[in-house]
Design a protein around this ligand. Structure first.
Ligand code: MEV
Length: 467
């Protein structure tokens, strides 16, 4: 089997060189890559491959691998999970037109929902023409927690742990996190928190902060916490209840900012109002944030990252002041519309399945990311642009037009249309949508029934109907 496993170092760096050389600091829609992206969605799959090779986003080996159906090696599946019976295949697509921090990117996205990739690409084009996307990270430490459910004296526990803090850090780095230390990371800090128990007593929680470098860090931080359990118990005489990482990583945040210029003032204001709605109302915030994650989860899946962890962290961060709020804000500033995303997006570019799963490795190479921080910044940018696209649609034409037009394809397949019948059913459904602003599977079934009845009647009469 030809897989990106077999992608040589040369071809890998060739791809990156191509991306970097061919896409230097471009924010110009008339750039060569902008041209290569032109009409991308209308191309056949083979034509898309050719364009992506030309851009340096894919290699010939990648194309062979994708054409062969992707990952089929069941020994890998057996090593990932238990009780394996197969692979679940999600569509893998690419979002186009993204220029993030001046770098042109093709974004691999694994997702089942119609219109996410189309909307991301369309909104990215809008941003590319009218403004820019800037990203950054704030902090680099992940959090592990060691719980003492009933602490007899919180003050004395905290004082003892903090008095040996440096020693614990050194021990953990020497005995557990030495690999991380060698890569420039490792355990950095220890702190203690007091939590009130419902029964009036105190709970103590030790926080262990570590820099996981380019790993997501779950395994290493869990090992560190479990390793520190015994010395903490010996030192304090208290009993540790459990140890686990926290997904609310407010010590390692990712920020993206989109700035758009020269928008029609009414449109900019409407987007600002829609954003305010999601800031003040948790019911709307949930849907807004789902739309943001529409842009992020598909990248996490494509790159083999733990999207449940990121989802948990983002939603927990969204409720940090006690009310669940939107994870994005859009505001009019002078003649600019400025959007900001800020939340923990803890990902890895090493460890987990990121480098074991050939499709995930290929997706990472497509992005040409050098670090986990870079990957998290791309996720934040795409999430914010996805949100922009949703807010623009919601405050102008509504969601149905863009979403349902594409959904018509699914309904047509769902109704059981053949290849010949498909364009006819789609056309009729588009007419119904235009007329009634509504469309359902029932419509598709009825349209198909009518077409078949007409075809049978046509066959009975000279000339035929569906010839
Ligand atoms: C649908 O998958 C996502 C949206 O509902 C997001 C939003 O409402 O902002 C369109």
């Amino acid at each position: 089997m030809s897989t990106p496993n077999s992608t040589s170092h040369d071809s890998k760096s060739g791809r990156r060189a191509a991306l970097h050389e061919r896409m230097p600091q471009m924010s110009d829609a008339r750039s060569p890559e902008g041209d290569l992206m032109k009409g991308f969605s209308k191309l056949s799959r083979d034509e898309r491959f050719a364009r992506l090779i030309e851009m340096g986003a894919l290699t010939e080996d990648d194309v062979k691998y994708l054409k062969s159906g992707g990952l089929r090696d069941f020994t890998l599946a057996e090593s990932f999970i238990e009780n394996v019976i197969g692979y679940f295949q999600l569509p893998l697509g690419v979002a186009t037109n993204f220029v993030i921090d001046g770098r042109e990117l093709v974004i691999p996205m694994a997702v089942e929902e119609t219109s996410i990739i189309a909307a991301a690409s369309k909104s990215a084009k809008w941003v590319r023409e009218r403004g820019e996307i800037r990203t950054s990270t704030l902090g680099d430490l992940i959090i592990g927690q060691i719980q003492v459910a009933h602490v007899s004296s919180y003050e004395s526990f905290a004082e003892r742990v903090m008095s040996r803090r440096d020693e614990f850090v050194q021990l953990a780095n020497r005995d557990v996190a030495h690999g991380l230390v060698a890569r420039g990371g490792g355990v950095r800090e220890i702190s203690v928190r007091r939590l009130a128990r419902p029964d009036g007593g105190d709970m103590a929680v030790v926080h262990v902060l570590a820099d996981p470098c380019d790993a997501m860090g779950a395994n290493i931080i869990n090992q560190v916490c479990e390793y520190l359990k015994a010395p903490i118990e010996t030192l304090t005489g208290e009993r540790v209840t459990m140890c686990i990482l926290s997904n609310l990583v407010d010590t390692k945040l990712t920020r993206a900012e989109v700035c758009l210029r020269g928008l029609e003032p009414d449109l900019a204001r409407r987007i600002e109002e829609a954003s305010l709605f999601a800031w003040v109302d948790p019911y709307r915030a949930a849907t807004n944030n789902k739309g943001v994650m529409n842009g992020i989860d598909p990248i996490l899946i494509a790159t083999g990252n733990d999207w449940r962890a990121v989802e948990a962290g983002v939603h927990a961060y969204a409720v940090r002041d006690g009310q669940y709020r939107s994870i994005t804000r859009w505001q009019v500033e002078g003649d600019e519309l400025v959007g900001v995303f800020e939340a923990p997006i803890v990902v890895g570019t090493v460890g987990g399945v990121t480098r074991l799963h050939p499709t995930a490795r290929m997706a990472l190479e497509m992005l040409g990311v050098e670090s986990a921080a870079e990957l998290s910044r791309i996720c934040a940018a795409v999430g914010l642009v996805q949100n922009l696209g949703a807010l623009k649609a919601l405050t102008t034409v509504g969601i149905i037009e863009g979403h349902m037009k594409l959904h018509i394809r699914n309904l047509t397949i769902g109704a059981g249309a053949t290849e010949v019948e498909t364009p006819i059913v789609q056309k009729r459904l588009e007419e119904i949508l235009l007329l009634t602003k509504r469309i359902s599977l029932q419509n598709a079934i009825e349209v198909l029934r009518e077409i078949r009845t007409a075809a049978r009647a046509g066959e009975a009469s000279p000339g035929g109907a569906l010839s």
